[in-house]
Ligand binder design. Structure first.
Ligand code: GDP
Ligand code: MG
Length: 603
């Protein structure tokens, strides 16, 4: 199809507002996927996504659609991940589009993620087409939600599409709006090639498969291309379109969206945001917006059995081929033995990687029990010699006498809430060292609260707290803004007199006493009794600020079963054995997995 009959668009929505369901309906309506082939939610392609109901990896689908004007159009739908951890990928995929469908649940209204995505879309100059979804629900309030969209976002809603993706209503109108309201790409086919990679993933047969948008020029199978930011060169084995299964073609032109494969070994060599150009006629400048995304959260992963170290290394290496944001480095620590310090974009990313390791393990049928230490943010410290160090683990912090300060990452946090919960959420943010920025009344019943707040405070249980303090009605989004020096201290935990490095935390001096006390109490609860008394202490430097002790067993566990029934005895033994699985020996004390996460449970 000629370039004026191409439309590149994405769907943006708050989680659960119906993005995937609508995408599936568009595929069905255009005959791109037959109903019988439609696995529930085609666009969410991997198991973890389907299980969690969120889109992590992007999927593109080219649809052919004959519009009411009788012309055949090529509509490229680019799906975007729906979580703050993947904002960079979202921004690159939005920048591959000319327009966006903004899906808003008619029973819910505008939420934090809706807003965050809209601002990203506007930054990328996208035409935004609002779609009011779930109008079939008895609780739908279309007029209220339309007013919200108009007042908060400033979009003209006079011809808003009313849809029910679930019932298949408003689908044709949506397709017509894509054709009529979203502009076609610019025709820059005569310029040197510039193609934007907006997604890449590893495929065992083809090597890395990159999804890209041809911004300028054209690209053909067999061309030698250069990745402008990494400088890597490749000869293209295959290019094609996702229709939505891979369909090879010979050439792709400006405005089109497709994939390429060139036996690229790792996604690190063909990164999201990089610009592909031709070696023989290169573009002068790369496209804007490339970033080398840095992990913001780190945790330690340790196999419970030291023999599994190599297996864990292999599993992480394999995941990294497909995940440019995952970082890992060996970590040795006298308490935990050999393991890895792993870096993630955020907590969801961390959880996904852990699930993938488990999946790997199941596929390859090896046993790999892991102990995970509590996630911490990346701190920075200025040493006495004027060197700035990055601190991925509290244990890496130089001694107090050898450093001038510690700084921590801050985010701009936006919470959208029904007005009645404003007080509760203000209190939450204040307790977590939030600094009030502004409050905006979105409508008479909804408010946005903006705070500057340390990332460390929002990556723990902040989201759960927000939900429970707003009866589930508030939503939040955040964006990293930079580092700030604060009065931070290293709170060290000693168990049975020995430093338990993996349990140590960095916290604000004003919160240290409270945190130390709560952490000791929590550890007392989580660490099982031993044969001897186990003191637990929280210290700053040499000073003990809190302590507890776990009393020893009074009797043998089995003593009371003697002569009693054998099955009960077996059960007890089994229970003990199960409890042992994810334990780590810290000195003489066995510490279960839950204790390593204790710090997340104390607020
Ligand atoms: P996403 O997180 O934005 O991708 O949302 P999904 O497409 O996964 O939808 C979230 C939930 O809302 C699912 O249970 C859908 O079945 C449901 N849903 C989606 N669209 C509609 C709709 O139009 N009406 C109703 N009643 N439910 C819908
Ligand atoms: Mg989805």
């Amino acid at each position: 199809v000629p370039v004026d009959r191409i439309r590149n668009f994405c769907i943006i929505a708050h989680i659960d507002h119906g993005k995937s369901t609508l995408a599936d309906q568009l595929l069905l309506k255009t005959g791109t996927v037959a109903a019988r082939d439609m696995i529930d939610q085609f666009m969410d392609s991997n198991d973890i996504e389907r299980e969690r109901g969120i889109t992590i990896k992007l999927n593109t689908a080219r649809m052919k659609y004959t519009a009411q004007d009788g012309q055949l159009y090529a509509l490229n739908l680019i799906d975007t991940p729906g979580h703050v951890d993947f904002t960079y990928e979202v921004s690159r995929s939005l920048s591959s589009c000319e327009g966006a469908l903004l899906v808003v649940d008619a029973s819910q209204g505008v939420e934090a993620q809706t807003l965050a995505n809209v601002w990203l879309a506007l930054e990328n100059d996208l035409e935004i087409v609002p779609v009011l979804n779930k109008i079939d629900l008895p609780g739908a309030e279309p007029e209220r939600v339309i007013r919200e969209i108009e007042e908060i976002i400033g979009l003209d809603c006079s011809n808003i599409i009313r849809a029910s993706a679930k019932m298949g209503l408003g689908i044709e109108e949506t397709l017509e709006a894509v054709v009529q309201r979203i502009p076609p790409p610019n025709n820059t086919v005569k310029d040197p090639l510039r193609a934007l990679i907006f997604d890449s993933y590893y495929d065992a047969y083809r090597g890395v498969v990159c999804q890209f948008r041809v911004v300028d020029g054209q690209v053909a199978k067999g061309d030698t291309v250069v990745m402008m930011n990494t400088g890597k060169e490749y000869t293209l084995d295959e290019i094609g379109v996702l229709a939505p299964v891979k369909t090879p073609v010979d050439t792709l032109y400006a405005g089109e969206v497709g994939y390429l494969a060139a036996q690229i070994k790792s996604v690190l060599d063909a990164r999201v945001g990089d610009t592909v150009t031709l070696k023989k006629n290169p573009a002068a400048d790369a496209l804007e917006g490339y970033e080398d995304v840095q992990p913001m959260v780190y945790c330690g992963l340790f196999p419970t059995d030291a023999d599994d170290y190599q297996d864990l290394r292999e599993a992480l290496g394999k995941l990294q081929l497909n995940d440019a944001a995952l970082k890992f480095e060996p970590e040795v620590n006298n308490a935990m033995g050999f393991g890895f310090r792993c870096g993630f974009l955020g907590l969801l990313h961390m959880e996904i990687v852990q699930m993938e390791i488990v999946q790997e393990r199941l596929e390859r049928e090896y046993n790999l029990d892991l102990v995970t230490t509590a996630p911490t943010v990346v701190y920075k410290t200025l040493t006495n010699t004027g060197e700035e160090l990055t601190v991925n683990s509290p244990g890496d912090l130089p001694e107090a006498t050898k450093r001038q300060n510690i700084s921590e990452p801050y985010v701009r946090l936006e919470m959208v809430t029904p007005t009645e919960y404003v007080g509760n959420l203000m209190e939450l943010a204040n307790n977590r060292r939030g600094e009030f920025v502004e409050m905006k009344y979105l409508t008479d019943s909804r408010t946005t609260l903006v705070f500057n707040i340390p990332l460390a405070e929002v990556v723990t249980d902040y989201f759960d707290q927000l939900k429970s303090r707003s009866k589930g009605y508030a939503s939040m989004e955040y964006k990293i803004t930079g580092y700030r020096v604060n009065e931070l201290v290293l709170l060290e935990i000693k168990i049975n007199g020995e430093p338990a490095e993996p349990l140590s935390v960095i916290c604000h001096r004003d919160h240290a006493y409270r945190t130390g006390k709560a952490l000791c109490a929590k550890l007392k609860e989580l660490i099982p009794r031993q044969m001897f008394r186990v003191p637990i202490q929280a210290c700053i430097g040499a000073k003990v600020i809190a302590s507890e002790a776990i009393a020893p067993y009074r009797k043998d566990v089995l003593a009371k079963c003697y002569g009693g029934d054998i099955s009960r005895k077996k059960k007890l033994l089994q229970k003990q054995a199960d409890g042992k699985k994810r334990m780590k020996q810290l000195g003489k004390v066995e510490v279960p997995q839950a204790a390593f996460m204790a710090v997340l449970k104390i607020n």
